[in-house]
Design a protein around this ligand. Structure first.
Ligand code: FMN
Length: 166
């Protein structure tokens, strides 16, 4: 069975939850999912595909996600890879396709990623730190959408399973 690593960079837990959602959807699709913080991944041995999810803060992809891609770029180039960004605090990610930020686009190119997906983010009403606390006054909420995640994971699972049967 194909093993898919879901490595994530998250500051306030939203992207960690999204990564867990992706992991569950992969399992439902018949794949083996290993979900872990990007900074804890030592190597990519025994991994058949990788999804890297990073939170967006002021258009910058989470540092752990960036570092992960740079550190492992050589094995990543040889694997099917998808990058995930999280996420707008509105329904824009479910309404249409959101292009990767410039920084993420460069990393996509660097490892020859097969695709990129933006999912809705989340922000707690009691988020701490500036400017998050100020933003939370008007934009708090959870915009992650499990059906959106499942639909996207199904397209990936299809590609991986098709490759296996060839
Ligand atoms: C200060 C701040 C800046 C943010 N900037 C962006 C952004 O540029 N683009 C975006 O899509 N979401 C942005 N967001 C929303 C976050 O990406 C969203 O809250 C995400 O779920 C955070 O992930 P985390 O909980 O894993 O840290 C921002 C949120 C905060 C608090």
């Amino acid at each position: 069975m194909k093993r898919v690593l879901v490595a994530y960079g998250s500051t306030r837990g939203g992207t960690a939850r999204l990564a867990a959602m992706i992991g569950e959807a992969l399992t439902e699709a018949g794949l083996t999912a290993v979900v872990m913080p990007a900074r804890d991944v030592m190597d990519l041995a025994d991994v058949d595909a990788v999804i890297v999810a990073g939170a967006l803060y002021a258009n910058r992809w989470h540092r752990d996600a960036r570092r992960f891609v740079r550190r492992h770029s050589s094995p990543l180039r040889a694997l099917p890879v998808w990058l995930v960004s999280s996420g707008p605090l509105d329904d824009s990610a479910t309404r249409g396709v959101i292009a990767p930020t410039r920084q993420v686009a460069k990393l996509i190119e660097r490892v020859g990623a097969r695709g990129h997906q933006t999912f809705g983010g989340s922000l707690a009403t009691d988020a701490r730190g500036f400017p998050a606390s100020a933003m939370a006054r008007t934009r708090a909420g959870d915009w992650s959408d499990v059906d959106h995640v499942r639909r996207w994971v199904a397209t990936i699972a299809q590609q991986l399973v098709a490759a296996e049967s060839r």
